[in-house]
Design a protein around this ligand. Sequence first.
Ligand SMILES: N[C@@H](CCC[C@H](N)C(=O)O)C(=O)O
Length: 284
Amino acid sequence: MRFYKYHALGNDYLVINPEDLSSQLTSEQIQIICHRNFGIGSDGILLGPLPSTQAQFGLRIFNPDGSEAEKSGNGLRIFSRYLWDTGLVSAAPFSIETLGGVVQSVIQDGGKIVQVEMGTVSFWSDDIPVVGDRREVIKEQINVGDVTFTFCAATIGNPHCVISLTEVDAAIAKKYGSILETHPFFPNRTNVQFMQVLNRHTIKIEIWERGAGYTLASGSSSSAAAAVAHTLGLCDSPITVQMPGGEILIQINDDFKISMTGSVTKVAQGELSAELSDFTPLHP
Ligand SMILES: N[C@@H](CCC[C@H](N)C(=O)O)C(=O)O
């Protein structure tokens, strides 16, 4: 089975073309392939191009724990670059259908930069989802052990919990991320961002991803956090999102439509050993 490995600001994905699969990928296979020791190692798998009646291409996105994500901003930039590298698209905009909706991509700088129209951010509880009465989830309280955070929740197709603090670092994301990811407020779990506003056009985020854990960058997290900063009146579009892996530019229009621009880097391509698919580690 062929794979193509790319990273987007250190958030790495494997592209697998369904034409190279003899059968559906199982959750266990996804977990092994993504495992940093027992497999190739990645923050997820992009399965495509798939047929679509809504867009030129279809895409399915899987997290390293085997769960399926509705959307992935870095994943969409990487998949767009794969389509460019394989000659399936040109410089003209093209559409991709995901579980979280249809997006439009434009290749820039020979594939090194990709701009994606990510769709519209919603803060409504029934869209995200968040339990409780239907409302926009803005500046609510959430208890994590003996700590209470003020958070906002948003969706850009996948769920996000955004916590604004005066200072953020990797340690706080790693300490509280997994508890917030699986908090009962979020029936489908959630991605988590700890956000520090640096100025009216710049934020810094530390990320704990649903089904992936701590990652160096996230496009959908950047979209959600920037939208929260904007709706709280703390930032104005365009917003540069600083992450450990690098920066993404987020533009927000008056209807909260999000445009995301960021880099993509090709890492490798190769063949997955048949032996790997048969391997079942004791503790994956
Ligand atoms: N890294 C991605 C997010 C991938 C999906 C996320 N883990 C989820 O389950 O929603 C990004 O760049 O958006």
